[in-house]
Design a protein around this ligand. Structure first.
Ligand code: SF4
Length: 329
């Protein structure tokens, strides 16, 4: 089988935020929001990233798009290193990398009409005539399921689901190759969620898009993803094909998360795993495996040594001392 082509390669990525304290407001520590994360995103796929609030998944998305400067590590986009590029040098890449936010209302300027909002990225890019931009706005509105008249209206005149459609049309206006959705359907009603997810899937096929889809809801991630990564306290606990992660989760944290998801079939119902304690603070993460304070399988080594990601076959990787590297490709 031909090897899949990588669009994005993340290597040892870290994003630390300084914690200030004392009269002089000196740096007294760091919040390790993203801490040594590595993975690839293949062309045309949807990689879902799940984790509790505070797991660092949104910071990860923003750092990959360089909306936040990485503290350390590498971000390769089509083989080009972005991590250390200035904002000016990032400009040619911005066109290829767009974000769809959780709250479309907050991300859409309420004083701009929908036409202006969708057109704005094209104006900044300066590569189309006024008529071409106008035609493209109408075309994009149609593609996201909104009427042409929506051009003249303002964000407050639309429902949450419609506003998210507008946010998607805006992200698509400059033909990106890669879109990060940061909880793009979390604020929507369940019935509207699946409409927007289906729309995103249709557009992925039509525009040959690659998605990184960030969410806390495992059912939503299952709906749209080809592969899934699970984050805990700024680190990747497990990553692999969706079927493997959902049918055979290996990391105790993934197992606990999935045990809480309601399943329609009583026979396949998992016993709920209750985790002890709260999510520790990312400014003072536990030593060794950061999950050891809550893990039902924790043992002495877990308190001392950080587990490395090990391959368990068929593209499933896990960071846990319970597993040795499998002798498979
Ligand atoms: Fe649990 Fe230890 Fe595995 Fe961490 S390394 S998940 S504490 S068993």
């Amino acid at each position: 089988m031909a090897e899949k082509e990588k669009l994005v390669e993340i290597k040892n990525l870290k994003k630390y935020f300084p914690v200030k304290g004392g009269v002089l407001q000196r740096t007294i520590g760091h919040v390790k929001a993203v801490d040594d994360v590595s993975f690839d995103i293949f062309k045309g796929e949807t990689l879902g990233i799940v984790g509790e609030s505070g797991s660092g998944k949104s910071t990860l998305g923003r750092t990959i798009l360089k909306l936040l400067d990485p503290t350390e590590g590498s971000i390769l986009f089509e083989g080009n290193e972005l991590a250390k590029l200035s904002h000016r040098k990032m400009r040619p890449y911005r066109q290829n990398m767009q974000m769809v936010f959780q709250d479309p209302f907050a991300s859409l300027n309420p004083r701009m009409s929908i036409g202006e909002l969708i057109e704005e990225p094209m104006v900044v890019q300066q590569s189309m005539s006024k008529q071409e931009r106008k035609d493209k706005v109408v075309d994009l509105l149609r593609k996201v399921g909104l009427p042409e008249e929506a051009r003249e209206k303002y964000p407050h005149e639309f429902s949450g689901g419609q506003r998210q459609r507008i946010g998607i049309a805006r992200a698509l206006s400059i033909n990106p190759k890669f879109i990060i959705g940061d909880e793009p359907v979390s604020a929507l009603d369940v019935s509207v969620q699946s409409q927007v997810l289906n729309l995103m899937e249709d557009l992925q096929d039509e525009f040959d898009l690659t998605y990184l889809f960030i969410a806390h809801d495992l059912s939503v991630v299952k709906h749209i993803s080809d592969r899934v990564g699970v984050m805990y306290l700024g680190r990747l606990a497990e990553i692999g094909p969706k079927e493997k992660i959902y049918s055979n989760p290996l990391h105790p944290y993934t197992q606990a998360l999935l045990s809480a998801v309601p399943v329609p079939n009583v026979e396949t119902k998992r016993e709920k795993i209750y985790l002890k304690g709260e999510l520790p603070s990312p400014s003072n993460p536990p030593a060794g495996c950061t999950f050891h304070t809550r893990c039902p399988e924790a043992h002495e080594r877990c308190r001392l040594e950080k587990p490395e990601m090990v391959h368990q076959g068929e593209g499933q990787y896990v960071a846990c001392h319970l597993y040795k590297p499998a002798a498979v490709k």
